[in-house]
Design a protein around this ligand. Structure first.
Ligand SMILES: [Ca+2]
Length: 415
């Protein structure tokens, strides 16, 4: 006999209560996000800033892994957990690299949580179709997990040196989104979120539990852009998740744009003739020295003119470890285009005072700017009502950034 409606509601209510995800909706208000106060001091507990590290940790080397190493090595960071999300690689492959990296770094106390395996709506098939239809629009040809040679979500390739084998360390059973909800609630006002991949896990977390939004003192996101690219990979891999996270009323949401990340590259010099990667390979201890030697120094020896990747995820780490490295930022409105078509995943920015300007809504971009707007009937005159003000980093002290990076890579392994 099927349960009565009353019994059904009672059962569902009990199930919801047992997940400890109560149906609060305060943070889901359609009101515009409040204007963020000037940057609060980073919350410190015992001198350390608590961080959930959300990342698409594709190995063996690159911005994801280097951002991870910075956070593992920083003395003022308490890494509560690492949450994996499909992006640059499939989630399970990233998990394999991350667990083994933690073993090599002697940091097996840090729990690693499996997260989203697919974007909310975006698919490989549609992406490839968009590439055929709109061709050269996308300046960044990177498809991440959707690259041809990446197989499927369950295909885990062997790990090359210095990883050499899969870890004995196991990942956690619980899902990344539930870990985020639980941890933020247990530490209200104390947990900074490092969001270094597509925003699927964070979007899932705030869909499950919107009450966590005001409890996160800062979320730092890598993605969006207004000059070099408007279509940063982390956003256009999962535009719907990006839109949801960027619209939420976080007390402080800080963005590292592709424009800023493009100012610094892993192959840069710290002084004329002295490349960062050479310095690190020479002075660091294993496994950091091995990683830099094999995946940066040797490729650069074979191809001296090669430029290694922009330091995108390393900049998120810098913003959390030492925000004073960023010397200029601006409060702006931002939203993500999710209209199917050539601009799917593009970011749109408006100045904070757009209403007061003669060219309302156009002080950063204009209606004739083909990079941003789909067509005259689809562009916004101003930010949509639920778009939030965010803290956009605009300038970095390059010398201090490079010094922080080299110092963290060459210090003894943090225990
Ligand atoms: Ca990343």
């Amino acid at each position: 006999m099927s349960p009565t409606r009353r019994e059904f509601i009672k059962t569902v209510g009990a199930a919801i209560a047992s997940t400890q995800i109560p149906p609060e909706t305060a943070a889901m208000s359609a009101e515009p996000a409040p204007i963020a106060a000037p940057s609060p001091a980073p919350p410190q507990a015992g001198g350390k800033r608590k961080v959930i590290y959300d990342q698409d940790n594709s190995g063996p080397f690159g911005t994801d892994i280097l951002g991870t190493l910075m956070m593992l090595q920083a003395g003022n960071i308490d890494l509560l957990g690492i949450t994996m999300v499909t992006g640059d690689a499939w989630m399970k492959q990233e998990m394999a690299y991350t667990l083994r990296l933690l073993e090599l770094m002697g940091r097996t106390e840090i729990p690693v949580y499996p997260g989203a395996e697919f974007p909310m709506l975006n698919t490989k098939e549609e992406w490839l179709l968009r590439l055929q239809l709109y061709g050269g629009h996308r300046l960044d040809p990177w498809l991440g997990a959707f690259n041809k040679n990446n197989g499927g979500p369950d295909e885990i390739k062997p790990l090359p040196a210095p990883y050499d084998r899969f870890a004995d360390l196991k990942g956690q059973q619980d899902h990344a989104a539930r870990f985020i909800v639980k941890t933020v609630r247990e530490n209200p006002g104390q947990v900074t979120i490092y969001a270094g991949g597509p925003l699927t896990n964070v979007a899932l977390a705030i869909a499950l539990a919107p009450d966590i939004v005001p409890l996160v003192p800062e979320i730092v996101v890598m993605g969006t852009g207004f000059h070099v690219f408007t279509n940063a990979f982390n956003i256009f891999f999962d535009p719907e998740a990006g839109r949801k996270v960027l619209r939420a009323a976080w007390p402080k949401l800080t963005i590292v744009t592709v424009d800023l990340a493009e100012e610094l590259h892993e192959s840069d010099e710290i002084a004329p003739g002295r490349r960062m990667v050479d310095e690190i390979a020479r002075r660091a201890v294993s496994p950091i020295s091995d990683l830099f030697q094999r995946y940066a120094v040797e490729p650069l020896q074979q191809n001296p003119g090669r430029k290694l990747f922009r330091m995108a995820d390393e900049m998120i780490a810098a913003q959390i470890i030492d925000p004073s490295i960023f010397t200029k930022s601006e409060q702006m409105y931002v939203d993500i285009c999710t209209t199917p078509g050539p601009r799917y995943g593009d970011s749109m920015f408006w100045a904070k005072d757009w209403e007061g300007t003669a060219d309302a809504g156009r002080s950063r971009v204009t209606a004739s700017d083909s990079r941003v707007f789909v067509n005259p009937r689809q562009f916004y005159l101003g930010p949509p009502p639920s778009a939030g003000l965010v803290n956009v980093l605009l300038e970095a002290d390059h010398d201090r950034f490079k010094k922080l990076f080299v110092d963290l890579m060459t210090k003894p392994l943090k225990k």
